[in-house]
Design a protein around this ligand. Structure first.
Ligand code: HEM
Length: 513
């Protein structure tokens, strides 16, 4: 086996394994045991930890056919997640869903997602202007709206109740996905113990989570089908796929694949990028000089008379570097989604047994001193040379996972992150908040220790940079509103935004006069 801490009979390393921020301990163990690939075992489960980019490439990429499956997680199954293709074992069911995702949102097809991203980023600007203290909810609304819109064709307003479905479901998913947290994952036979038996609180918990899981999967899908039937549907993964059903194949099975793919798109996209946006805001208050440089670039290239757009991306190297550094400095999914080794293998003379869980340590890879000197510093400059993006610096793609399971929504995440960062910085100044006694509140810069890592809640001040900036926001929203009412009539989900819309329209009218 690859090196690792000494194993004890029966339990192996069960009681030595860290229970929080595991990725940091495992990265440290690579130094202790002098190997970038480690082996531990937990009560009979073999776990391989991959701590370097090279080893990740050699295993997940070069041998992807045996490193691309998923471990069976009983708690996830009990909580109703068997349809989520991110957790499906490697095989036909997974492939059908992944193919459908990529057919609808191919990385080369910008037009399939960028217009909606622009629309909802502009909607978020208005929300930031009205209630800046709720910025964390606004980034959640942004990603919820983009995924619901692209997945199901809904027109989504801030605080839409349908977004909450993903928020609630993802809470259960994050807990259930923790393999060490539930004994039933080590001893699957426990699932047959009746719910009234003492100590089976986890079964009741799984039932509650199951309720949210199935609601999240079915409610938006059914609604989208109704809209198709009524003729009010707008283009989306569901509408396009339903209109392209293959008459020669089983209709129900095809609808199931569409339902699962849209649900996976919604749940996988709704939370992860939220963490990236909130982390960017946190970094802006911690590193004001970086914000100055980013705003200087925006002012120089775009000026103050319009908002940045996707077409400006090649002229904004500093903003691009900021996007990369925001993804690098804090690994959102530090272990990606654990992979599963489906055949015995050998690497550098070590035996890697079939049936092992394989953890690609994205945190260790994106904090490797060789690739990213001073890895704990937030430095967009590390991606630049002579004012241009430096192609020699490794892209922080490990943030999106590995091999055949690499995140298929990464281009959507990156372009949304780019536009959010560029537009927010062009019209707002983000600073430390001040308490009621006028004292500056210093953020703790702490992160949760979870499957999807988020910055812990923090306060900040977000103010428009000028009156012109405020006008730009109003115009942007006005255009969103008019575009929405023209193109999306009758497809609203719920919630009311009409007061804000009216205010924006009034403001634009006055400004035009
Ligand atoms: C910054 C934002 C995001 C991050 C950091 C992220 C990260 C990841 C990671 C680490 C994986 C697992 C890869 C592996 O197993 O090796 C993954 C899978 C996945 N992601 Fe993302 N993701 C993000 C945004 C998105 C978005 C916006 C969508 C959809 C619109 C999406 C959809 C998916 C899906 C469907 C999978 C499952 C892929 C599979 O198992 O084949 N992700 N993502």
């Amino acid at each position: 086996f690859p090196p690792g801490p000494k194993k004890w009979p029966l339990v192996g390393n069960l009681f030595q394994l860290p229970t929080s921020y595991e990725w940091e301990t495992y990265a440290h163990w690579s130094e202790v045991y002098g190997s970038d690939v480690l082996h531990v075992s937990a009560a009979g489960t073999s776990i391989i930890i991959v701590n370097s980019w090279k080893a990740a490439y050699d295993l997940f990429e070069k041998k992807s056919s045996i490193y691309s499956s998923r471990v069976e997680n009983q708690m996830l199954l009990l909580s109703g997640w068997d349809w989520l293709f991110a957790f499906m074992p490697y095989g036909n069911a997974w492939l059908q869903r992944r193919k459908l995702f990529q057919k609808n949102f191919h990385p080369s097809d910008d037009a399939s997602h960028r217009p909606r991203e622009r629309e909802y980023v502009h909607q978020m600007l208005r929300a930031l202007l009205d209630t800046p203290e709720e910025f964390m909810e606004h980034s959640r609304d942004l990603m919820g709206a983009i995924t619901l819109s692209l997945g199901y064709g809904f027109k989504v307003k801030p605080k839409d109740t349908i977004i909450n479905l993903a928020t609630e479901a993802v809470k259960g998913l994050a807990d259930a996905a923790n393999l060490n947290a539930f004994l039933v994952n080590s001893f699957p036979a426990l699932k047959y113990v009746p719910s009234w038996f003492p100590g089976t609180g986890w079964k009741r918990q799984a039932r509650i989570w199951r309720g949210w899981t199935l609601k999240m999967r079915d409610v938006p899908f059914e609604k989208s089908l109704r809209q198709i039937a009524e003729g009010t549907a707008t283009p989306s993964l569901v509408t396009t796929s339903v209109s392209n059903l293959d008459e020669s194949l089983d209709r129900e099975e095809q609808l199931t694949i569409i339902r699962d793919t849209a649900g996976s798109f919604f749940i996988a996209g709704a939370d992860s990028a939220v963490s990236a946006i909130n982390n960017f805001v946190l970094m802006m208050i911690c590193y004001p000089e970086i914000q100055n440089k980013a705003q200087a670039e925006l002012d120089r290239v775009i000026g103050r008379g319009r908002l940045p757009d996707f077409s400006d991306e090649p002229s904004l190297p500093y903003i691009n570097a900021l996007v990369k550094e925001s993804l690098r400095c804090h690994a959102i999914t530090p272990f990606a989604v654990p992979h599963y080794l489906s055949e015995d293998d050998e690497y550098n003379g070590y035996y890697l047994p079939k049936g092992s869980i394989v953890l690609g340590n994205a945190w260790a890879i994106t904090h490797d001193k060789e690739d990213y000197p001073e890895p704990f510093e937030f430095k967009p400059e590390r991606f630049l040379k002579d004012g241009k993006l430096n192609a020699e610096v490794r892209e922080p793609t490990a943030a999106f996972g590995f091999g055949r399971r690499i995140c298929p929504g990464r281009h959507i995440a990156i372009s949304t992150l780019y536009l959010s960062i560029a537009t927010i910085l062009s019209v707002f100044r983000i600073e430390k908040a001040v308490d009621e006694n006028g004292r500056v509140i210093v953020p703790s810069k702490e992160y949760t220790s979870s499957f999807i890592v988020h910055p812990k809640p923090f306060k900040c001040s977000i103010k428009p940079r000028s009156n012109e900036a405020e006008k730009l926001i109003s115009i942007a929203l006005y255009l969103v509103v008019t575009r929405i009412s023209k193109n999306w009539r009758g497809s609203s989900t719920s919630g009311s935004h009409s007061e804000t819309e009216k205010r924006a329209e009034e403001k634009v009218k006055i400004w035009r006069l």
